[in-house]
Design a binder for this molecule. Structure first.
Ligand code: ADP
Length: 162
């Protein structure tokens, strides 16, 4: 059976990228010919990193993963996906709470350009990991070392010293 080459984009805020996101990326690599991690610019309450810094952090983490790349984008996700000639949008799921929001988003995106969204469920151990919680815990001095890759942990510590 011949397999179609599938290009996926994985859009998100990634402020910061977490072990949960990386888990979805590692699973996605096995399914898609090409995976583009797309760092959006939507405003975040108390951001930790600028979109440029987030791209730089992710680039370092994926440098040895063939077929995976990262870039920032400013437009609507569906417009960006069309520009990249992406076949699908990849999103991660942690819980039923995610499903409700993601379902609405996927339906809306499909109605605009017809693009399909593919969901990957995270490993159970990352089911409670969220960038928002990490930003809150880190800013209050809590330990987030097992929720993000080591390089990200170091960058967060440096960032909070500023
Ligand atoms: P957004 O602001 O677009 O939700 P995020 O960076 O928070 O951006 O998340 C990007 C994608 O990764 C979303 O599909 C989200 O559900 C998913 N995601 C976030 N955290 C996890 C996790 N721990 N495990 C699996 N997927 C996750």
């Amino acid at each position: 059976m011949s397999r179609k080459f599938v290009r996926a984009i994985f859009p998100g805020s990634f402020d910061p990228i977490t072990n949960g996101h990386l888990d979805v990326i590692k699973r996605g690599v096995k399914l898609f010919g090409e995976l583009i991690i797309a760092v959006g610019r939507s405003p975040i309450k108390n951001p930790l990193f600028t979109p440029e810094e987030r791209v730089e952090i992710i680039a370092e983490l994926i440098k040895d993963m063939p077929g995976v790349s990262v870039e920032g984008f400013e437009r609507l996700t569906v417009e960006y996906a069309a520009e990249k000639k992406a076949d699908v949008i990849l999103r991660g799921l942690r819980s039923l709470t995610d499903v409700q929001y993601e379902f609405q988003l996927a339906m809306t995106n499909r109605s605009v350009t017809g693009i399909e969204t593919v969901f990957i469920m995270t490993s159970e151990e990352y089911g409670f990991t969220s960038s928002t919680l990490i930003r809150q815990i880190a800013s209050l001095g809590g330990d987030i070392s097992n929720l993000v890759p080591e390089s990200v942990y170091k960058r967060i510590k440096e960032q909070l010293k500023k």
